[in-house]
Ligand binder design. Sequence first.
Ligand code: ATP
Length: 310
Amino acid sequence: MIETVGLTKKYGSFTALKDLNLSISEGTVYGFVGQNGAGKSTTFQIIATLLTPSNGTAYVDGINIMEEPEKVRRIIGYMPDFFGVYDQFKTSEYLDFYGASYGLSVKERSEMIPQLLELVNLSKKHDSYVDLLSRGMKQRLCLARSLIHDPKVLILDEPASGLDPRARIEMREILKELKTMGKTIIISSHILPELAEMCDEIGVIDNGELVATGSVNDIQLKLQEQKVLIVNVARDMDRTIQFLEDDPDVLNIQRGPNGSIQFGFKGSEEDQESLIKKAVHANIPLLTIRQLETNLEDVFMEITKGVGEA
Ligand SMILES: Nc1ncnc2c1ncn2[C@@H]1O[C@H](COP(=O)(O)OP(=O)(O)OP(=O)(O)O)[C@@H](O)[C@H]1O
């Protein structure tokens, strides 16, 4: 449903996007995660036909954004990361204005607007002035605005940024509902755990390059090629460390509290099994051995660790 092919964007001599290849199938909620300045908004603006790529192109529902941008605009709803609201409007007038600019008839607008206000939980605010809405309400109104022409594809640039936890949950619930309506959604954030909860697939962008893509599990697994193990021994700490140092798959041994030793392990499962057997054989007084769980935040920091040095 959304495909980018060798998408590249240069701002003068600076390359903001480098040969980006994304493929997002219909009905998928795709999370696009990256630190500030990674290239998320640039990608979204290109797909939304608001910015011309320097190289490569993108397709939405098979339509080339460069060749038929008008057609693409009909089938996408775009929520930018910064948006202005026309504050002299009431909520329903605001949506009516956008509906009219998409060419919807008065009848279509009068049917669509109450449904959208209900979807984004703003029915009670239909008569309120837009500038009197809270930030979370304004974000939801902007989401409703991007849905006014019933697009198949939604491009949402950081829709939950600046929201408090309750407002984030509300936003997440609305997105779930949009998914059940069959929309294909691409949504960005710089917070991986936030996206992981609501997305089918994730792409991680770093310095304009896609550095990982797949299901949340795939990405986590990819990073666990080198796992971290922790053993606890009853005594003989020095002898245990010496024993570990002799194993070619063991790296970065660190002595912890209460008889614990943490180390990286780059071997396979069989190698790990063999290490444990050898330890028992060598009379290492092992109490426990376990693998350190990496959380998604660790994963994200690990994949994007080059960014601060750029
Ligand atoms: N019009 C522009 N002219 C020059 N450089 C730009 C322009 N727009 C964006 N950039 C640069 O391109 C890079 C990518 O910016 P982009 O806004 O796409 O990142 P982002 O991932 O959306 O970041 P954020 O999370 O902060 O919104 C940044 O280094 C930014 O400074």
